[in-house]
Design a protein around this ligand. Sequence first.
Ligand code: FES
Length: 163
Amino acid sequence: MKEGRLGKILSVFKGKKGGLISILQRVQEEFGYLPEEALSEIAVFMGLSSSQVFSVATFYAHFYLNRRGDHLVRVCQGTACHVRGARNILETAQYKLGIKTGETTEDYKYSLERVACLGSCALAPIVVIDDTLYPQITTKKMTEILASVSDCEKYEGTELRKR
Ligand code: FES
């Protein structure tokens, strides 16, 4: 990995002091998450232990240690969304994608997250897929949106049924 994409990133930071967070951000931009192998190589590059780098990577919620899907589906579970049925929306998304919250489909197309208030309570309940906000979602709309983003029928309930 060092000679390839990671090597190029590290070369930019060569000779500079500090910068672990910047390196982690740049690596995540490149790979979509922080591969374990990359964390080890970053530790060597920085003269730190692997556990020090791992601690920083796990401290910040915006760093991901597992590969995520091409599309990120975020279902708000804040108070305003909750009282307007956000729980059913989340369950619909789980069923349609065949994964639980925090998981990624086997083909790495979708990751599903529950989030706290996204600051658009007047539009509750809301769902955000990648950078698009979907207001006043119903379970029917959730189904339609997922179907329009991609052919999600193939996931429907598969993983959930296995458990
Ligand atoms: S509670 Fe969902 S946007 Fe505020």
